[in-house]
Design a protein around this ligand. Structure first.
Ligand code: BTN
Length: 322
């Protein structure tokens, strides 16, 4: 860790200004090294206030996210922050292959090749929060689907705690606010051919925090929204959303089989009562979404018959014009 990182770590944990003298003593460096470190952090875009000679404090107006700020709120304290990556899921996969421990978290501001579900891409411009968590589960691969549902509930709770929004879940795991998608979740697994178990899994979460400059991509513009709209968002809030999501998810994950999140997952279902279309084995169907059952399957009714979908994708039928 360089001196800048150490200063950030200390400032992220502090609730009152810390003098240059105290920082120097704690970090065993000279006061001039602290001064240079603070200046270098400011040049990198961190907003550090010098409070009336009382010392340094990370400004509440700081916008640049740093790992220390997330780690100060994160139970497992294993976050790394990147300005721009191809995909945080890809980064965590690489780290997993190199033996990184469970709980390793990669967070980015932008992704150049964000991955979505069903082989789609995931638009990841600045204004979003993109993070991936490394899991080394001991449960059967079938339970991985439950992990994704647990994550959707964790995102809802974190967003409701840190914004004034009411979150719903569009089955399987999109988070919606005011009928628009604000978050997508993708869990990818690496299988062990010998044991047919999971070597590791990567839980990737992408949240639209503020509207991107120039608006959302045209393909998603009618369905997407940002949690904070056009409002200014500071690093403290970003760190809180990230850490609250991961801490809550890890609590669910430790006893995934008990499905303690399932009642909440079902009660947040956005699709209930809506006319939907979906595809199964290459054939298109339509019906009305009834509810999510206790196993997390979407129940769809058509002509008095009920179909239970365990995975896949459904679209809401546009209202017919009269
Ligand atoms: C979807 O809605 O299709 C799922 C999108 C998942 C996007 C997240 S962003 C962080 C992580 N990195 C990726 O490349 N994808 C996931």
């Amino acid at each position: 860790m360089n001196i800048g990182d150490k200063i950030l770590e200390r400032l992220s944990e502090a609730s009152a200004p810390i003098s240059g003298e105290q920082l120097a003593a704690e970090l065993s460096v000279s006061r001039s090294a602290v001064w240079k470190g603070v200046n270098s952090l400011r040049e990198q875009g961190f907003k550090i206030d010098a409070a009336n000679n009382r010392g340094y404090i990370l400004s509440p107006k700081n916008r640049r996210l740093c790992a220390a700020q997330i780690n100060s709120k994160l139970n497992c304290r294993r976050a790394l922050v990147f300005d721009e990556v191809n995909s945080t899921n890809a980064i965590i996969k690489e780290m997993a292959e190199q033996g990184a421990p469970e709980g390793t978290l990669a967070v980015a501001w932008r992704q150049t090749a964000g991955r979505g579900r069903l082989g789609r891409s995931f638009s990841s411009p600045e204004g979003g929060l993109y993070f991936s968590l490394l899991l080394r589960p001991e449960f059967a691969p079938e339970l991985a689907l439950l992990a994704t549902s647990a994550a959707a509930v964790a995102v809802c709770r974190a967003l409701e705690k840190n914004s004034e929004s009411k979150c719903m879940i569009k089955w399987v795991n999109d988070v919606y606010i005011n009928d628009k998608k604000v978050c997508g979740i993708l869990t990818e697994g690496a299988f062990d051919a010998e044991t047919a178990g999971l070597r590791y899994a990567v839980l990737g979460i992408g949240i639209n925090i503020t509207e991107p400059k120039g608006g959302f991509d045209s393909e998603i513009a009618d369905r997407a929204a940002a949690v904070f709209g056009k409002r200014q968002v500071y690093s403290e809030q970003l760190a809180a959303v990230t850490a609250d999501t991961v801490n809550c998810f890890m609590d669910f994950y430790r006893s995934l089989e008990s499905k303690e999140f399932m009642e909440e997952y079902r009660s947040r279902s956005w699709l209930n009562g809506k006319p939907v279309t979906y595809e199964k084995n290459g054939t298109a169907y339509s019906g009305t979404a009834v509810e999510i059952d206790p196993d997390g399957r979407l129940l769809i009714e058509q002509n008095g018959e009920t179909t239970a979908l365990a995975a896949g994708d459904v679209s809401v039928k546009p209202k017919e014009k009269v």
